[in-house]
Design a protein around this ligand. Structure first.
Ligand code: HEC
Length: 91
């Protein structure tokens, strides 16, 4: 059992390292998202949620990151970030 656990760890770690290297779609606002949304979790959270979130959903999600999680996003950047997410990753 122990060996199995160690083995599975061995295979998960490289996968996690690869996750850090997520490439978002080109578009205005991409740099803002990369700068503001990658400090606490991988940017693949954005890709994974793309099928579920429309503009309203992304707006709520970004606000949740700021108000609940404490993401330090400048007020003037919020709209650009939501525009990018809704445009490139909206459902
Ligand atoms: C201060 C830390 C922090 C920052 C900065 C941050 N997030 Fe998050 N985010 C979290 C935490 C904590 C979770 C919940 C993780 C979990 O449930 O595993 C989360 C979860 C998410 C999820 C999954 C759905 C959900 O609501 O739980 C999405 C999508 C997401 N973040 C998008 C973003 C976007 C877009 C940005 C940039 C505007 C951002 N995050 C910036 C902390 C942060």
């Amino acid at each position: 059992m122990r060996t199995l656990l160690a083995l599975s760890l061995l295979f998960t770690l490289p996968a996690m390292a690869a996750e850090a290297d997520v490439h978002l779609k080109e578009g205005s606002g991409k740099q803002l998202v990369e700068a503001n949304c990658s400090m606490c979790h991988s940017l693949d959270y954005i890709q994974m949620n793309s099928p579920f979130l429309d503009r309203k959903g992304w707006e709520a999600s970004v606000n949740k990151m700021i108000k609940v999680m404490g993401a330090p996003v400048a007020e003037g950047d919020v709209q650009n970030i939501v525009d990018y997410l809704a445009g490139q990753y909206g459902k």
